[in-house]
Design a protein around this ligand. Structure first.
Ligand code: SF4
Length: 353
């Protein structure tokens, strides 16, 4: 059975959440995942630059500018902005995940850590119990480091940080702790895309794999569906260009497992509200035509989407087929293989009916 992200989340919710891995202690040696490439953060520490980055990141809690909302609240004193987070980490789950893109999943899974709360707050959020309701448990940075080591010990190919933007300082601190105790697998920064490029620059030399969404191309649609974030398209585009500058196109090892690079997700939505045609043209012109692009067809009516008639249905076959056709017309040559399989199914449906 194909395990989608939505299915994964639902399973967690039904089981009551909190599927933390048992602590394996420190010195989590790599098992099963033998990365030939050294993760970027090791070089940064060798150069003596990692601790300074953590200081710079933590300073942003005091007048929070960790995302384009620029709430200005002092999270170090417990104040909360739009994302509803203080400077304390809240984690929902940490475990191998097999529903992510195949270069992340490999044989042993992608080591996903789901952070609670979110700075974007989309009306159609598929993770709303975690992202909006904030389900999860408070953990220390040290505990997050131990989770990373446990994930490595299970053989996962990467640390997949889901919704990391508002807790980026904690992540950097935990990564340094974990690195000192043996962490040797790459970080995957799995973000909704509502980022400040200047904050992404702090991650240069720390993150190896960027996995941003680019959800909307039109400011009015972003305002309507993504928590009033009218500047989302511009902020996300700037951030993704910076990510691509840092890590370039996706590089995989001999087994096809991601080592470094940019992977961009775009969810096709009903009635073309996501701006898919504009997205693929932008990606082809501003990134590279060989950028790894995952055009996703699993839109479902979740959270408050039923209040918006134009997105209160699943997409149809034609909407997904035209999305892939547009991507190919734009010259994008590295489309996600599962998306191509879905495309073939949808095409057959159209030809039959
Ligand atoms: S991370 Fe949260 S508090 Fe900080 S600017 Fe963004 S929404 Fe506001």
């Amino acid at each position: 059975m194909d395990i989608t992200r939505r299915h994964f989340i639902r399973t967690l919710c039904i089981s009551g959440g909190m599927l933390f891995l048992p602590s394996c202690g420190r010195n989590g040696e790599v098992s099963g995942s033998q990365h030939s490439r050294e993760p970027a953060y090791i070089k940064l520490e060798r150069e003596g630059l990692f601790a300074r980055r953590i200081e710079q990141a933590y300073a942003r809690f005091e007048k929070c500018e960790l995302c384009p909302r620029r709430c200005g609240v002092d999270r170090s004193r417990g104040e909360k902005g739009v994302c509803q987070a203080t400077d304390k980490l809240v984690v929902y789950s940490a475990q191998p995940h097999y529903g992510e893109e195949l270069p992340l999943v490999g044989r042993n899974g992608s080591g996903t850590i789901f952070f609670s709360n979110c700075n974007l707050r989309c009306v159609f959020c598929q993770n709303w119990p975690i992202a909006h309701a904030g389900r999860g448990s408070e953990v220390s940075d040290r505990k997050l480091a131990d989770m990373m080591l446990d994930i490595q010990k299970m053989g996962c190919h990467n640390i997949n940080l889901v919704t990391p933007t508002h807790v980026m300082p904690n992540i950097l601190n935990a990564t340094l702790m974990a690195m000192k105790d043996g962490l040797r697998i790459p970080l995957c920064y799995n973000t909704g895309g509502y980022e400040l490029a200047e904050n992404i620059r702090l991650l240069d030399g720390i993150v190896d794999i960027y996995l941003p969404d680019l959800k909307f191309m039109d400011p009015d649609n972003a305002e309507r569906y993504a928590g009033s974030a009218k500047d989302y398209p511009e902020m996300a585009r700037q951030a993704i260009i910076e990510m691509h500058r840092q890590v370039g196109d996706l590089v995989t090892d001999s087994q096809g497992i991601a080592e470094r690079g940019l992977m961009v997700r775009h969810l096709v939505m009903p009635n073309r509200v996501a701006g898919t045609r504009e997205f693929v043209q932008w990606a082809a012109q501003n990134l590279s035509k060989s950028t790894y692009i995952n055009i996703m067809g699993q839109y479902r009516v979740e959270h408050r989407a039923f209040e918006y008639p134009e997105i209160a249905r699943a997409i149809n076959s034609q909407e997904f087929v035209e999305a892939i056709d547009w991507a190919r017309e734009a010259g994008l040559s590295n489309l996600d293989q599962r998306a191509i399989s879905h495309y073939q199914v949808f095409r057959r449906r159209i030809s039959v009916f």
